[in-house]
Design a binder for this molecule. Structure first.
Ligand code: GTP
Ligand code: MG
Length: 624
């Protein structure tokens, strides 16, 4: 075996962590630009790391991603910095937890106006547990409501609260306007570039450790797919040297397999670049191993290799569950875009998901056509469903419920720490609504900008569907952030939706005439011209009971029937359901039907003569 040459440059591995929207991906853009990663003629998109469709549409990061920059230090030596951009939304906390294992330190971004929020606490706790040095970056200094000094104090308090060591408490601090590519050592630093940040990274992030001559150990923290080379295992070389074409072993959960590294690559800027070899400390992507999953250790085939597994990656438990089943609606399979709809298809797709996403779990149910999908939050589940429908799947979903757990013989439910930021005039409404959901106020701050910040501890159950309600109650002005915060004994029943459903009593095409006359009874999810079926929910009733209606009735005046456009009536705008809003809206006796081109809501039992009254149906469903 040839000895590996020492790397001709220094190596640092750093993760960027923060609460959602505090500017991680934007900062990475400017790090890439200023480090000269792009060719002069390259067209630069904003938030280039948010590369998948859903990320671009929603403006949030969903999957953690690797990139790297090169920076010359003051002594003239070159350094490669592997940067891991992570998602800030609490539902994707599992991504952060496992990808942190690729890093040796973290940049903790905090918005200079918003200050630390629940996910700041979550990611900081993970970093401190790993013993990481944390460089705090107070970002978005340009905001007119920026209050960097106070935010600095709040961050210090948060470190104390999380029982940081003295060394960790003495955190290095950078101020930044990520969007303009500016970092400053002090508030009056005239810097116009990110140089102070790069300098700080080189000074405070320890060189990536590991013995290049030791036995090979690569901890797989992520998997990906490449159209040319197939499945990729991504992770950090903890020890040893990996080479292209090397024979390796994969130590899995309870078994081992032999394989070959077909293509070895490292992350260079936005690309993966194939490399003949890579040494301890480097983050690599390995192609050629089909049977590789997150948590596996890749080792060499030297004697005793089976015993060299690194501890498997554990992430926090799911808190939300939802039934996903084969679409049983009369419209199943009618979409031209549908490719997959059988239970075998759905099962295989879910199996694929859990291999790469440790925060998702799938359980069988008493029915072979239905699965229980467990995750960290509604958004995470909705993103999975959205991804599947875009791939051509259709399915039906039950209402999301919290996962319970028996602790010391007592049935417990997940709790959440919720921070609501609202204009002062809405304090009353918010307090009332959170009270109805068994929220307990933990803290209230009134920094005096006309806005107040209320902190609550509340059962996760109470948060399902709450975001929409809160936005309505505060005319869109409230900011809501929440995070899992431990388990507490089950708090008893809690009201969910106060309103019933307006249900179509027959199949046909909804008419303007019918919808116009039904309008006083509620708000509608369908518009004229849309096909409906018996048992499909066409709207939300103003009253607590369900009501069955004829939504396809036509005006009996002329013989000319012209669906959808013959009426000159004024209809209130249709409420368009998304996967998330539909999931939040339905109750225990209802389902969401998702196809590649439609989201519909329906009663579980479609025939009107078989369906029990709403209250009975919900009680039945909850007692199972
Ligand atoms: N005023 C101001 N806005 C910024 C700055 N940096 C980023 N933003 C804005 O903040 C928003 C969120 O930026 P992102 O970079 O997507 O934030 P993120 O932390 O990656 O978000 P997630 O990955 O979804 O958690 C975008 O609208 C940015 O334009 C800054 O320095 N100043
Ligand atoms: Mg991002």
């Amino acid at each position: 075996m040839s000895m590996s040459a020492p790397r001709p440059y220094g190596l640092r591995n750093v993760a960027i962590v923060a609460h959602v929207d505090h500017g991680k991906t934007t900062l990475v853009d400017h790090m890439l630009r200023q480090a000269g990663t792009f060719r002069a003629n390259e067209v630069l998109t904003e938030r280039v790391m948010d590369s998948n469709d859903l990320e671009r549409e929603r403006g949030i990061t969903i999957l953690a991603k690797n990139t790297s920059v090169r920076w010359r230090s003051h002594d003239g030596s070159m350094c490669k910095i592997n940067v891991i951009d992570t998602p800030g939304h609490a539902d994707f906390g599992g991504e952060v937890e496992r990808t942190l294992l690729m890093a040796d330190a973290a940049l903790l971004l905090v918005d200079a106006a918003e200050g630390p929020l629940p996910q700041t606490r979550f990611v900081l706790r993970k970093c401190l547990e790993l013993g990481f040095p944390v460089i705090v970056v107070i970002n978005k200094l340009d905001r007119s409501d920026a209050r960097p000094e106070e935010v600095h104090e709040e961050i210090f308090d948060l470190f104390c609260d999380l029982e940081a060591t003295d060394a960790q408490l003495d955190f290095p601090l950078i101020y930044a306007i990520g969007r303009e590519g500016i970092a400053k050592k002090t508030l009056d630093d005239p810097s116009t570039t990110l140089e102070p940040l790069f300098d700080m990274i080189l000074a405070k992030v320890p060189p990536a450790p590991g013995d290049p001559a030791g036995p090979l150990q690569i901890l797989v923290s992520n998997v990906d797919h490449d159209d040319y080379v197939g499945r990729l295992g991504i992770g950090r070389i903890v020890s040893g040297t990996a080479r292209a074409n090397q024979l390796v072993g994969v130590v899995k959960d309870g078994r081992t397999v032999k394989a070959t590294i077909k293509v070895l690559s490292t992350f260079e800027g936005l690309r993966r670049t194939s490399a003949p070899e890579a040494t301890a400390g480097e983050i690599v992507a390995i192609a050629g191993i089909e049977d590789v999953d997150v948590g596996d250790t890749i080792v060499d085939q030297e004697p005793g290799w089976e015993t060299r597994a690194l501890p498997r990656i554990l992430v926090e438990q799911p808190t939300i569950k939802m039934r996903m089943g084969v679409n049983t609606s009369p419209f199943a399979g009618k979409s031209k875009l549908t490719k997959y709809l059988t239970s075998r298809h759905v099962r295989e797709r879910l199996q694929r998901e859990i291999k790469k996403n440790l925060a998702i779990r799938v359980e069988e149910t008493e029915s072979p056509d239905t699965f229980q999908v467990l995750g960290r939050g509604e958004l995470q589940l909705a993103i999975l469903v959205e991804t599947m429908r875009r791939e051509g799947y259709e399915m039906q979903l039950g209402n999301p419920e919290v996962v319970t757990q028996v602790v010391d013989g007592v049935m417990c439910e997940p709790m959440e720490l919720v921070v609501v930021d609202v204009p002062e005039q809405f304090i009353g409404v918010v307090t009332e609504r959170l009270g109805e959901r068994r929220g307990r106020m933990v803290k209230m701050a009134n920094p005096g900008f006309g806005r107040a910040r209320l902190e609550y501890r509340i059962p996760s159950r109470g948060m399902i569907g709450f975001r929409g309600e809160l936005l309505t109650a505060t005319r869109g002005t409230a900011l809501l952030n929440s995070m899992f915060d431990g388990w507490e004994p089950w708090g008893g029943t809690m009201a969910k939706r106060q309103t019933g459903a307006i249900v179509s009593d027959r199949a046909g095409v909804a008419t303007p005439y019918a919808l116009f006359h039904l309008q006083p009874r509620g708000s509608f999810f369908v518009s004229p011209g849309q096909e409906v079926y018996e048992g499909m929910i066409v709207g939300e009733h103003n009253r607590p009971n369900d009501t069955d209606v004829n939504a396809i009735k036509e005006k009996k005046l002329s013989n000319v029937r012209n669906h959808g456009k013959d009426e000159n009536v004024m209809l209130a705008p249709t409420r368009v359901l998304t996967i998330e809003t539909a999931m939040e809206w339905i109750d225990a006796d209802e389902l969401v039907e998702v196809t590649p081109d439609a989201v519909r809501v329906r009663k579980q039992i479609l025939p009107i003569n078989l369906r029990p009254r709403r209250s009975e149906a919900i009680e039945d469903a909850q007692s199972v």
